[in-house]
Design a protein around this ligand. Structure first.
Ligand code: AMP
Length: 297
């Protein structure tokens, strides 16, 4: 695996592969790799001829300077892990390479970026994400790019970006990788104390409760959410939001239907965590049960 620092080096390295017609996959990351990141890299390795991983802690998507400063960084360890996952190129540019003096562009995507994560972290968060992903797509020109469902709203933002700006890249969304006790893997998990690590399991438990109640046939979002919030409160985490939203628009739902998604953001001590879980409604489960019964008769 080669580590590349400049856009010129990156383009020079990829040009011959592109000329040969090889399929280039990109996994954008901010480093501090865990199994979630590695699952995206392995998927890219399986699908593509050339795998590029970008490692760039994007200052434009951080709404708090303290969060940016405290973001875990260990490039040497990341490089070993990426090489082990079969990555061909680690693109790890300096901040000035990505945002040279005078940089002024912003990619803004409207309503979808103003709710939930956009409301809590401010409009600059998803503008920062959309801007850096646009730049990375222009730098790498990948055939396909891989993102994690862990950042569910971000995946929708990226899809809208690609659609609205006619970008020629296929977007693949990979499932959430969790610890054995359900905690969604995150680079921020390393900041949790042992007690906080225990508290943090409340997020996935709350989502599971919501999902189970929906599956059992409760379609009233408020009723289902109350049970989930109680779980978060009992664990002593500070909930920013626990909502049921449409999985496409991220608009809040009062009645749970087919493509609903439960999403949560909460502070555990000074660490902000997010998670999500798709909801299947009782009526759908009943339909499947009915179909299975009909099929067996
Ligand atoms: P990050 O370095 O946090 O910006 O994440 C880089 C990519 O890895 C994003 O597409 C994330 O959604 C994805 N990712 C982060 N955590 C997980 C996880 N637990 N499971 C799957 N993908 C993840």
């Amino acid at each position: 695996m080669r580590t590349l620092r400049t856009i010129a080096e990156l383009r020079a390295a990829l040009a011959p592969h592109r000329h040969e017609g090889l399929r280039i996959g990109l996994v954008p990351t901010m480093g501090a790799f865990h199994e979630g990141h590695l699952s995206l890299m392995r998927r890219a390795r399986a699908d593509c001829d050339i795998v590029v991983v970008s490692l760039f802690v994007n200052p434009k998507q951080f709404n708090e300077g303290a969060d940016l400063d405290a973001y875990p960084r260990d490039e040497a360890r990341d490089a070993l892990l990426a090489a082990d996952a079969g990555v061909d190129y680690l693109f790890a540019p300096d901040v000035h390479e990505v945002y040279p003096p005078g940089f002024a562009a912003t990619v803004s995507l409207g309503a979808l970026t103003e709710v939930l994560e956009g409301a809590q972290r401010g409009p600059a968060h998803f503008e920062g994400v959309a801007t850096v992903v646009t730049k990375l797509f222009n730098m790498v020109a990948p055939d396909v790019a891989y993102f994690g469902q862990k950042d569910a709203q971000q995946t929708r933002v990226i899809k809208q970006l690609v659609r609205d700006l006619n970008m020629q890249v296929q977007i693949e969304i990979c499932p959430i990788i969790r610890e054995g006790d359900g905690l969604a893997m995150s680079s921020r998990n390393v900041r949790l104390s042992p007690d906080e690590r225990e508290q943090a399991t409340a997020l996935s438990r709350a989502l599971r409760i919501v999902a189970e109640q929906a599956l059992a046939g409760e379609s009233d979002a408020d009723a289902v959410l109350a049970a989930g919030r109680a779980e978060l409160d009992a664990a002593g985490v500070s909930t920013e939001y626990l909502e049921i939203v449409d999985g496409e628009t991220f608009a809040p739902l009062t009645t749970i239907h087919g493509s609903a998604l439960a999403v949560v953001a909460a502070w555990v001590g000074s660490t902000r965590l997010i998670d999500n879980h798709p909801l299947s409604t009782g009526s759908i489960a009943a339909q499947y049960a009915g179909a299975a019964t009909a099929g067996s008769n």
